[in-house]
Design a protein around this ligand. Structure first.
Ligand SMILES: Nc1ncnc2c1ncn2[C@@H]1O[C@H](COP(=O)(O)OP(=O)(O)OP(=O)(O)O)[C@@H](O)[C@H]1O
Ligand SMILES: [Mg+2]
Length: 465
């Protein structure tokens, strides 16, 4: 006996599915953890950077409110005193056009004015506007301004606003030592572009996405190795078990054949047997036949499990002909049980596969239908096309299957109690074999059934191209 335990580690499709499921969930968990972590990092950084920007806006506003009074004083001088006539340009509406700090201080000659002009307030992505108490813009500095007028309700502590990618902070300025709104001196509005901040956050977002994808990919690679290694012993013991089943069934076949042959010889000479032993002989014949069927089924299942689907021996099989032949084989049995056997087969549908395996698949379904249908019932086999697949339906008006049992009927050795009482010799391997064969032909079997009403087994097989 040869123990072939060093075969490809994940050879069986069930293990491949298990490994893929493990990998999938492992990958999903890693991606979810990394995703949540990255989202949290992004939100924290975004909140922090926005707060920094707001703090900066408030700081610039605070320093700009301090000079509002001076600005107002200087501006009034420029617009009211005759000697400065024409110093402040006038717009189409006859109102003075806002000027810059350096223009405002120009009257004192360049020295002091240039100092203010190069102040940090004048950066091109920022802007500061000084308004008088009547909300008229007097002076503006910097390179970025909102084209809108001041908001109508400005609270004492100021108001933060975002318009497009410009954030602004507007604050009323009160006469010193009073917070009475009647004593408003004017307003200051500071604006700052959020383009740099948004670009920075966008870069961070992409870095995090690339990071999550890369780490998840690497984790998946690690996961493939991990699942392969952890499943190796399980696959090996499963392989050993399959090998044992296959060897044991094989070894049991010969002695069973000898027993069955000996019983047949004894039965062919009834005169040599004492009449009292005849019944025992019949029981022995039936038990050995049952055992041999079981051994054959086990061997077939073990072989189907062990061998990778080998399509070299496959040929094109006309399903209608195959089904008709099987029904001919079942006709006698149906007549004996007084079951009417009907069929409705659309011709011209071919599948590629192993003829004897497909025969076994449909024979198992037909046998079940006949076994579990009381006399007077009907068994109907139909074949139709369903897109790129052939659909064979084996329908009976038999005992049916309880909903809670439907999940188990394809399990090996599973039999419903009702089935046991109807047909003792069964082993519960018929449907397991049928399902394995269907799957090896890239098809599947499904079932619909109602207790006491009957069952419908659907076999879907891909049509030969
Ligand atoms: N057409 C059917 N109607 C009602 N029950 C069914 C039908 N086909 C299968 N079953 C239920 O599913 C169980 C499993 O069926 P399966 O063919 O695998 O085994 P079995 O018929 O009991 O034995 P065997 O190995 O000889 O086929 C049956 O024991 C029976 O309970
Ligand atoms: Mg059966």
């Amino acid at each position: 006996m040869v123990w072939d335990t060093d075969s490809t580690p994940i050879s069986n499709y069930r293990f491949r599915r298990l490994r893929n499921r493990l990998l999938f969930f492992y990958f999903l968990i890693i991606a979810a953890i990394l995703g949540t972590f990255s989202a949290a990092v992004y939100l924290l950084v975004a909140r922090d950077r926005n707060q920094q920007l707001d703090t900066h806006l408030r700081q610039v506003t605070a320093s700009s409110t301090g000079i509002l009074e001076i600005i107002q004083h200087e501006y009034e001088e420029l617009t009211t005193e005759d000697k400065y006539q024409g110093y402040v340009p006038v717009g189409n509406n006859g109102m003075p056009v806002p000027i810059t700090l350096s223009q405002l201080m120009g009257k004192y000659q360049a020295k002091s004015a240039s100092q203010i002009a190069v102040s940090p307030l004048a950066a091109s992505h920022q802007g500061v506007e000084w308004y008088d108490a009547q909300r008229r813009l007097m002076v503006r500095e910097g390179g970025l301004f909102l084209q809108t007028s001041l908001p109508s309700n400005i609270p004492q502590q100021g108001i933060l606003m975002q318009a497009g990618n410009i954030r602004s902070f507007t604050k009323p300025v009160y006469a010193v030592s009073t917070m009475n709104p009647a004593q408003i001196l004017g307003y200051v509005r500071v604006t700052e572009s959020t383009v740099t901040l948004e670009a920075e956050l966008h870069r961070l977002q992409w870095s995090l996405i690339v990071g999550v994808v890369t780490v998840s990919g690497l984790a998946a690679l690690g996961g493939i190795w991990l699942t392969r290694e952890s499943l190796k012993p399980v696959v090996q013991s499963f392989d050993q078990l399959k090998q044992f089943t296959s060897d044991a069934s094989h070894e049991l076949r010969n002695p069973l054949t000898v027993i069955r042959a000996s019983i047949a010889v004894m039965q062919s000479h009834p005169e040599r047997i004492h009449p009292a032993d005849m019944e025992k002989l019949i029981s022995m014949a039936s038990a050995s036949a049952q055992m041999s069927r079981l051994v054959d089924d086990l061997l077939l299942l073990a072989r189907l499990d062990r061998q990778a689907p080998d399509q070299s021996g496959w040929r094109r099989i006309a399903l209608d002909e195959l089904l008709e032949d099987l029904m001919d084989l079942c006709r006698d049995r149906a007549e004996q049980s007084q079951i009417s056997l009907k069929f409705q087969l659309v011709p011209g549908m071919e599948v590629s596969g192993d003829a004897s395996q497909l025969q076994q698949l449909f024979m198992n379904l037909l046998t079940n239908a006949l076994q579990y249908t009381p006399s007077g019932g009907t068994v109907m086999v139909s074949l139709q096309r369903m897109g790129t697949h052939a659909l064979v339906t084996v329908q009976d008006t038999g005992i049916g299957i309880a909903p809670e049992h439907l999940l188990h009927i394809f399990d090996r050795f599973w039999r419903a109690d009702q089935a046991r009482s109807r047909y003792e010799a069964g082993s519960g391997l018929g449907l397991a074999i049928a399902k394995t064969i269907a799957q090896r032909h890239q098809g599947d079997i499904t079932v619909q059934s109602e207790l006491g009403e009957g069952s419908r087994f659907y076999v879907k097989l891909p049509l030969a191209g």
